[in-house]
Design a protein. Sequence first.
Length: 489
Amino acid sequence: MAKKDQSQENNLLKDIIAHAKEYGFVYPSSEIYDGLQAVYDYGPYGVELKNNLKKVWWESMTRLHENIVGIDAAIFMHPTTWKASGHVDSFNDPMVDNKDSKKRYRADVLIEEKAAQYENAGDIDRAKSLLSAMGRLMEAEDFAALRDLLINEEISCPVSGTTNWTEIRQFNLMFSTQVGSVADESSTIYLRPETAQGIFVNFLNVQKTARMKVPFGIAQIGKAFRNEIVARQFIFRMREFEQMEMQYFVRPGSELEWYKTWADTRIKWHEALGIPAEKLRRHDHEKLAHYANAALDIEYEFPFGYKEVEGIHSRTDFDLKSHQEYSKKKQQYFDPEINQNYIPYVIETSIGADRLFLMTLCNAYVDEEVDGKQRTYLKFHPALAPVKAAILPLTKKDGLPEKAREIVEALKYDFNLIYEDAASIGKRYTRQDLIGTPFCIAVDHQTLEDNTVTIRHRDTTEQERLPIAELHSRLSEACSFRNIFKQLV
Ligand code: ATP
């Protein structure tokens, strides 16, 4: 990316962050105390949008697939869980400080950014060889050589501009805390760094109680916590965030086929939510995590470049096997079709609700000039929009508010609405544009005569006249998840 483009893109992110705060989507956590780094709160429209995103994920997993069921596991888990999963020993990121600026970075992120620069400049081979060199060194845990790579590639600190790097150290990302009143080592527990382990330890409970047959999936939405070394880019990288994960248990040997199926299914899902195909790309992992035999990221072109939104991992039988070893409880499935016992292999789809939120917001944000006037609006898919319709009486008198209230009563059980009668109609339209409300329904004097209203469409600003009796079906048609689901099957 050229320098000028980059600063334009950074300004775009700044605008989106400011918009999110000003219009009730996302606030810095405990802001009156100057905030807490990498922790954010969702405001009135943010929580609606996030809930809609979680709901569309949940339903597309558990409703559209007969063989996927959900659970809701606790955040706290037996500490041995994290020994068995490998998180105690290897959930680390390589941390490096610049001696001049005293700023801290993740060495792998610095190298990935350099590779992205090569790629943007058209030097794909150089980008690839840099990433594979990094993959090899990380795998071998050769941090001295990783530091040399930083220096040889002239990767400098964005603040000081120097390559005066400290040694690279491993940093474990798990938060720990104590349970009970005696603070000895045996009472140390962790805040889960991923939701997946809650699914693995419940694999047999779910398989037996819901009478599932392989292949089947378990879906879960819940909080996860990571003590990220560098927390920048708004809600892209948080220390407390929410994951939506689905583990799909398959017969050993069939996992790579399922891996491909799930990668395709998930990309299609993002497109169905309104993300343009050209803004999405697949990135196959050079460096595989200790549990995986194939992995890719689905990346979105954020204002700060292509970054991961979702991970698809073929996790082999690593987790169940390891839990079997540590718990000494068999984690096997009897497959009646082939008359065999085995530990299933697992394909995981893992997406952060907050990253999905950020992608949705970035994709929806439009700031354009129309006829010499600046117009900002959020073009959310109507099924995802926080508010579906605003009911707006043209004036506060002549019985118009009463008529508008009748419409609210008729629609409020099925749609999230806003009723507003203050300020000019133009100003009220603008306010709805800024929070992405797809429809504004104006009640005027003609409404009292013939029971029709005007409905204004957010993206085109066009208005049409419609009988009140048709509003419910119009909104249902536009705002139903069905529009998204139809594209998935
Ligand atoms: P990264 O390389 O960006 O640190 P990761 O590869 O460690 O991410 P996973 O462990 O695969 O991420 O997590 C799955 C998903 O959870 C990610 O695709 C992302 O959407 C979300 N996620 C992970 N870490 C965070 C975080 N700190 N803040 C917000 N979302 C996150």
